[in-house]
Design a binder for this molecule. Sequence first.
Ligand code: PBG
Length: 327
Amino acid sequence: MYFPTYRPRRLRQNENLRRLIRETKLSVDDLIYPLFVTYGQGVKKEISSMPGNYQMSIDNLVEEVKRAESLGIPAIILFGIPEQKDETASGAYADKGIVQEAIRTIRKANLNILVITDVCLCEYMSHGHCGIVEGDKVLNDPTLELLAKTALSHAEAGADIVAPSDMMDGRVAAIRDILDEHNFFDVPIMSYAAKYASGFYGPFREAAESTPQFGDRRSYQMDPPNSLEALRETALDIEEGADIVMVKPALPYLDIIYQVKQEFGLPVAAYNVSGEFSMVKAAALKGWVDEKKVALEVLTSIKRAGADMILTYYAPDAAEWISGKQQ
Ligand code: PBG
């Protein structure tokens, strides 16, 4: 079919026509809202590099989770900022750790929303790395036990899904094993399967106070130019028991999201990370872009690439925009 017989513009003439032929629909069902929980009471401290996002103590966190629930958002993902950090990340797996207490409090509120937990050690380590450090090395195998303990403590507190983000080799198997041993065989693992050593995590590290004190994360997170490696990483995590696989960041890695979805067909999550959020936010605050239009376009592109769910700091705004509650 060629012009003038075929005129693609015929089907673009008005919104109802466009609605009928729209291939990708962003829905509130797709959204996961990341939240930062900190110690203390009455704390709601704005993260300067992520306007509209806060470090919150548990009391305020619960209010925000209630708001997310009322917007119909299906899940939150929790990151913890402990009062003290050490060289064994003991706060990560403490029974009374910040995330564990937060989960229990959210559970008590009986909300219709899933609680996912980020399983990592960097926020709890004095040096800010995602594993045990010896000299200038981040050790893989000894770290697995701590990650497994962390995931178990989250499940014991009532987490619905655990999401390891450390990028140590073998951690999905270690977590699956310990969860099953303790009868948590129904708790799914959402693995950060292809997680790149990205500059786009900058604002998050302020938010989670998890900047490495020396070196960087390139010995464990993936090298940005690689895509075959992302498929190998994902295959490994699936073999080890991942139920949902994640690509992170999202926007600079849409090709990876596409390939992972095509190759494995498993549910794919994509993390629209802090730097992606902050770029849009900053440009919007300057009046350089239309925030709603650009944010929804970004999220839709991630979905179009193949993501089934999107972790995004825009979750509450997007939920309101999609449902027409906010112009
Ligand atoms: C912890 C972790 C990070 C993010 C999620 N989990 C930071 C990092 O790896 O340095 C980044 C999320 C974001 O930038 O929004 N390992």
